[in-house]
Design a protein around this ligand. Structure first.
Ligand code: PLP
Length: 433
């Protein structure tokens, strides 16, 4: 199929993430990918600054990950997880317990990040039902938070920039506090904690858990906040008898410079959600971890079981590639790679701080964010970025990169240069209006 036909048939038959089927949004067909490069069907090569929505930390088409899948494929692609188990799942669970903050002991394997959030919410609710405190069923979450697109996950996303206005009738009642402050590296004051303190004091008898993205609020705002805030939140949850769910789907596996972002604050959540980079971006797999205490409390309840069990739970191919991805990560110099990316992003994006189209520039770990003054016009900006030979996917007012950890300094410079040119392009468009 040539490129034109492929795009035409895509427009005829497919629906893309958050897309309008009537608008001919810019669309690019990928033929293959290797390392940090995507090759389009028209032969163009793009340096990937997105790691496929933050997952492909080792780059694409990695021989070790390919090998893990094909080796597992020869044994079995899938087998049901009810009443059966297999080595890839057992190995993965044992390793996740070993590398995550101490106190997380049990692993529930889920199909995607959103599903792992659904499982976390269910765990928290079932825990309080088991404790005979049935009023504790609401969640507390934060403005500018994002936890996924399924119904339960949507109900704890930012109520304004999320999808509440559309689905408010079916989302149930949760509490929302001001987005965490201050910025990363700054100490918290009483004022930063006032909203969450007040809400917990007033409503803790109705709240099952607080759910938060540790240190980095991702898709809801690309904000980096203080480790102090997270540390105090852990304390407040304990004081008010409320569980803490850390959603590390975006931050897990090194992205912020620590293996898990909770480590910046030295805390252990009661429940932890992992996904995205878990399989190095190869397959959809996520995990919800909890303490033995939570697992045992639910298991001793009248119901006696955690009420979840998807068909493709613990898929052996996905678990095998996740194990291979962990081998690659943990045997690599990922800390040095992420720290070098942070330094380079900080230096090369610094000139944008004074750019007239830019409100703020921030970097943390392998994340570089340019907050613009106006939302990006994707119809114009996406093709412009591709013309620069890179792949970036801005959203709202955020032009950002979260590249694979294996990106070379030269490739990263191409990305930062494209970001600078994109800001110039946006400013020229604003000036011409
Ligand atoms: N939680 C966080 C923090 C995320 O960043 C995302 C996805 O971007 C999700 C949950 C949802 O994960 P998925 O898209 O795999 O369902």
């Amino acid at each position: 199929m040539n490129t034109e036909t492929l795009i035409a048939k895509d427009r005829q038959f497919l629906w893309h993430p958050y897309s309008n089927t009537n608008a001919n949004n810019p669309l690019f067909a990928v033929a293959s990918a290797k390392g940090c490069r995507l090759t389009l069907t028209d032969g163009r090569e793009l340096i990937d600054g997105m790691a496929s929505w933050w997952c492909a930390v080792h780059g694409y088409n990695h021989p070790a990950l390919n090998h893990a899948i094909t080796e597992q494929l020869a044994k079995m692609a899938h087998v049901m997880f009810g009443g059966l188990t297999h080595a890839p799942a057992v190995t993965l669970a044992e390793r996740l317990v070993a590398i995550t903050p101490t106190g997380l002991d049990k692993v529930f394997l889920a199909d995607s990040g959103s599903v792992s959030v659904e499982v976390a919410l269910k765990m928290a609710r079932q825990y309080w039902l088991a404790k005979k405190q049935p009023d504790k069923q609401s969640m507390l979450s934060f403005k500018q938070g994002y936890h996924g697109d399924t119904t339960g996950a949507m109900s704890v996303c930012d109520p304004d920039n999320g999808m509440h206005h559309l689905f408010s009738g079916s989302l149930g009642h949760n509490y929302f506090c001001a987005a965490p402050t201050p910025a990363f590296g700054v100490s918290t004051t009483e004022a930063d904690l006032a909203d969450v303190k007040d809400t917990l004091t007033q409503h803790h008898t109705n709240i099952a858990a607080v759910i938060i993205e540790p240190i980095v609020q991702g898709a809801g705002g690309m904000r980096f906040y203080s480790a102090d805030f997270l540390r105090s939140l852990r304390q407040l949850c304990d004081e008010h008898n409320v569980l803490l769910i850390a959603d590390e789907i975006a931050t897990g596996f090194g992205r912020t410079g620590k293996l898990f972002a909770c480590e910046h604050a030295g805390i252990t959540p009661d429940i932890l959600c992992l996904g995205k980079a878990l399989t190095g971006g190869y397959m959809t797999l996520a995990a919800t971890l909890c303490s033995n205490h939570i697992a045992e409390t639910i298991s001793r309840s009248e119901v006696g079981v955690l009420m979840h069990g998807p068909t493709f739970m613990g898929n052996p191919l996905a678990c095998a590639v996740a194990n291979a991805s962990l081998d690659l990560l943990l045997n690599s110099a990922w800390q040095q790679q992420v720290s070098a990316i942070e330094k380079q992003l900080t230096a090369e994006l610094a000139p944008l701080q004074n750019h007239s189209a830019v409100a703020e520039v921030r970097t943390l770990g392998a994340i570089g964010v340019v907050e613009l003054k106006e939302p990006v016009n994707m119809q114009q900006v996406q093709p412009f970025i591709v013309e620069q030979g890179v792949w970036l996917r801005p959203f709202g007012k955020r032009l950002y990169t979260m590249p694979p950890f294996i990106i070379t300094p030269n490739e990263l410079t191409k990305i930062t240069q494209a970001m600078i040119k994109t800001c110039d392009f946006i400013q020229a468009d604003i000036a011409a209006r």
